[in-house]
Design a protein around this ligand. Structure first.
Ligand SMILES: [Fe+2]
Length: 339
């Protein structure tokens, strides 16, 4: 593929049959030192399932899943279907909230890039475009629907907490969210008071992220990150505890509910498409090719990941219980669904 890409007249656009294939094209461009998207622009045509939920505080009204072209794309169809399900028009809305605080996200992104400069320059191949898309949402919505209400960019982990607490029957709760990354935080412990006020108690920060560890291992095992994590969960029970101690060292805890990754095993925090480092391969062997034969050591890696994730999250829950003395726990974030 590298030779073929080099032979193409530039600039050129390539439409890949799916996102996996577009990732291969992107990797080949990187190997051939071809600038993406300046010389080769790539479009993949599928992605994760997008889950839409229309809810009133305290009571979920309707929930459905549909395929979305991209998790970050402004998907008017999904919004319209949601509103239709609730029997409301866009003009009935006073407020629209987005699950990400773009300003906070940009500052933490720049700080991270500077901290890991120059290796982190790979981020500029894709990340700024995402912030631009987020930023353009209010304008797109106002233009499309002739809407004049208030638009809010909200803190990601506070949104996660709200998503688990408000549909619950709890009068107040301890809240734990664990995911890939918010604008800055990757896990948050909080207390939600009876009046709905969210008090953040403790957090872990990017790149120290259980979710990023899952994305990395998912890719290493030959599945698509942010999509194939369920397959890794399914693989875990077939494994043996060969690598559990390794993963306890890779995903450390400070004993107070914060986690730390041993970053020497990773490359994702430099913005590279291959998320694991050379050291990861040296310890666990070459990565599995997508669709290739499954081997025992891959099952053992999945087992270790699942086991240590459960250990760390249970520890977080214990610490949070100690901090809040609250018997009600609201959990949210992608990693919370893995335990
Ligand atoms: Fe999240």
């Amino acid at each position: 593929m590298v030779n073929w890409l080099v032979s193409l007249p530039k600039p050129v656009g390539i439409m890949a049959c799916n996102d996996d294939r577009s990732q291969h094209v992107s990797d080949a461009c990187q190997a051939a030192n071809i600038s993406v998207p300046n010389n080769v622009a790539i479009i993949g045509v599928d992605n994760d399932e997008m889950i839409c939920c229309l809810a009133n505080p305290g009571r979920a009204l309707d929930q459905f899943e549909r395929n979305a072209k991209s998790w970050f794309r402004f998907d008017a169809k999904a919004i319209e279907t949601c509103l239709e399900a609730g029997g409301i028009e866009f003009r009935d809305l006073d407020h629209v909230a987005f699950y990400w605080d773009v300003r906070k996200g940009v500052w933490s992104f720049l700080f991270h890039v500077l901290r890991h400069f120059p290796k982190s320059l790979a981020y500029f191949d894709h990340q700024p475009g995402i912030y631009g898309r987020f930023r353009s949402l209010p304008k797109l919505i106002r233009k499309k629907y002739g809407w004049n209400g208030e638009f809010h960019f909200l803190d990601h982990h506070r949104n996660h907490i709200a998503s688990s607490f408000w549909p619950s029957p709890f009068p107040d709760a301890a809240a734990l969210t664990v995911d890939g990354t918010g604008e800055w935080e990757t896990s948050v412990m909080a207390r939600v008071h009876g009046d709905g006020r969210i008090e953040i108690l403790r957090s872990s920060r990017y790149p120290h992220s259980v979710g990023k560890l899952w994305e990395t291992v998912t890719q290493y095992l030959g599945f698509r990150p942010n999509s194939g994590e369920g397959k890794v969960m399914g693989l875990a029970p077939y494994g043996r505890p060969t690598f559990v101690d390794d993963f306890r060292r890779i995903l450390e805890s400070d004993g107070e509910g914060r986690i730390r990754l041993d970053l020497s095993y990773f490359d994702f925090h430099y913005g590279r498409s291959r998320k694991y480092s050379k050291k990861f391969i040296e310890r666990f062997g070459p990565a599995r090719e997508p669709e290739s034969e499954m081997q025992e050591r891959f099952e053992d890696v999945a087992y270790a990941l699942q086991t240590v994730t459960e250990e760390r999250l249970l520890e977080m829950a214990h610490v949070l219980h100690g901090l809040t003395d609250c018997p009600r726990l609201a959990m949210a974030g992608g990693v919370s669904r893995k335990t």
